[in-house]
Design a binder for this molecule. Structure first.
Ligand SMILES: C[S@@+](CC[C@H](N)C(=O)[O-])C[C@H]1O[C@@H](n2cnc3c(N)ncnc32)[C@H](O)[C@@H]1O
Length: 218
């Protein structure tokens, strides 16, 4: 299922700059092995969006071993790293979606998800690219529809422009989500979790402090 609406389109790269040769046939076979076949209504699912090299998916799979993590990413080099780490660590509860998160949302009519993580979504800082940003009120409402009651969304970013944009999206969605940590915005991500992703490290190396937003479904 492909999305043709502008806001649902995919932007950014699907391959790394190094253009290291990849056997795509082997890649898609490996992806297929980790594809979600069907949702099981007895289980709780976690949606991990834009996982890059998959550090968050490994972290979540270990932390919530009774839940199934759906790692959603279109970046092939990142997914290859994730697949290697799943095998190396013998992780059983990750399913991989190689593509656009909108497809996952559109294919899930029921409320299967207990948690959504979005770590360092692309900030698209230029005004002319603002429409590409993922976190809008419309997007949050789409997440609202697939979340179980009282479920939570975690969003991390180090971009001041995106922080402002997320704040206005949260405000516009105040009937759908409660912003749980609005009085704790100055805490560091490490005060919540011991996790470092590629973009977390980039932020710290550039002396930018990542902010974390925690929303609870109303
Ligand atoms: C800035 S990177 C962050 C990667 C990782 N979460 C981290 O913290 O290092 C954002 C990622 O989101 C992915 N992405 C952007 N839009 C997406 C979409 N609509 N569906 C799935 N992944 C998406 C991009 O491919 C990119 O790898």
């Amino acid at each position: 299922m492909l999305s043709n609406n502008y806001t649902n389109r995919l932007f950014g790269r699907t391959r790394g700059r190094s253009k290291k040769k990849i056997n795509l046939k082997n890649y898609y076979e490996a992806v297929d092995k980790y594809k979600l076949q069907n949702y099981d209504e007895k289980l709780d699912y976690i949606l991990d969006i834009g996982t890059g090299y998959g550090e968050t998916s490994i972290f979540l799979a270990r932390k919530f071993s009774d839940k199934v993590v759906i790692s959603c990413e279109k970046y092939i080099d990142g997914n290859i790293t994730l697949l290697k780490n799943i095998e190396k660590n013998k992780i059983q509860n990750i399913r991989l979606y190689n593509g656009n998160v909108y497809d996952v949302l559109e294919s899930s009519n029921e409320k299967y998800f207990r948690l959504v993580w979005i770590f360092f979504p692309d900030p698209w800082p230029k005004n002319r690219h603002a429409k590409r940003r993922l976190i809008t009120c419309d997007f949050l409402i789409k997440l609202h529809k697939i979340l179980k009651e009282n479920s939570e969304i975690y969003i991390a970013t180090d971009s001041i422009i995106y922080i402002r944009f997320i704040l206005s999206s949260i405000y516009n969605c105040k009937d759908y989500f409660l912003w749980l940590n609005q009085y704790e915005m100055n805490l560091h991500i490490k005060d919540y979790f011991d996790i470092e992703t590629k973009y977390y490290k980039k932020a710290i190396n550039s002396q930018r402090k990542p902010s974390l937003f925690i929303l609870r479904k109303l």
